[in-house]
Design a protein around this ligand. Structure first.
Ligand SMILES: [Mg+2]
Ligand SMILES: [Zn+2]
Length: 200
């Protein structure tokens, strides 16, 4: 896909694809969750299209950075994965192109390539092609810890989409059971309580 350089950009937002733009595919028989392996399995996450349009409107440059090892693992064909990607792009950006470019790692972990997240080659390439950007106003957004690791290595701001947490938050809201703090464990609770005691 052609890059769309934009020197007036507010910053770069690098997006993971699976679990961010499109839903993961659940195989009820195997009990597994995977990326779509065929274009017929592509479903766009609720609100994702609108969110992309909004981010673009805010002046951000948007790009995708995604690991797609399924063909290398023999689960599907490279052509299917290319078709999946095209379908995600066409469904997620209905009226106008919002995503400047996609960067894809096709390798398996065992191949020890330079591009598979949490490594940073895809992110570096995006910044080089589409930038320059101020990194402290740029983001890596994903639903995997490897997305966060890669973003942090590059000095980007990071956001983890933890859907279960968002779902729990919504239900908590509905049931008037929203807690004052969301913490990941007792250690974080203790840390925050200590900071509060010190007036931080
Ligand atoms: Mg993902
Ligand atoms: Zn790779």
């Amino acid at each position: 896909m052609e890059s769309v350089p934009d020197s007036s950009s507010k910053g770069l937002i690098l997006l993971d694809r699976d679990g961010v733009l499109n839903s993961l595919v659940i195989d009820p028989e195997q009990g597994t969750v995977d990326s779509p392996l065929h274009p017929s399995q592509v479903k766009i996450c609720p609100g994702a299209t609108e969110a992309l349009a909004r981010l673009k409107q805010m002046g951000f440059t948007l790009a995708l950075v995604t690991n797609q090892p399924a063909a290398a693992k023999g689960k599907t064909t490279k052509q299917n994965l290319l078709d999946v990607h095209e379908r995600v792009l066409s469904l997620a950006q209905k009226e106008q192109p919002l995503i400047s470019r996609s960067y894809i790692c096709w390798h398996r972990a065992e191949e020890n390539c330079v591009c598979r997240k949490p490594k940073t080659a895809l992110l570096e390439q995006a910044i080089q092609d589409l930038g320059p950007f101020s990194l402290d106003s740029s983001w890596m957004v994903g639903d995997g810890l490897t997305d966060i690791q890669a973003g942090k290595k590059m000095g980007l701001r990071t956001a983890l989409l933890a859907r279960w947490k968002a779902d729990v938050a919504r239900v908590a809201e509905e049931q008037s059971a929203s807690p004052d703090w969301w913490v990941s464990d007792l250690a974080e609770f203790t840390e925050r309580l200590l900071k509060e005691g010190k007036g931080l």
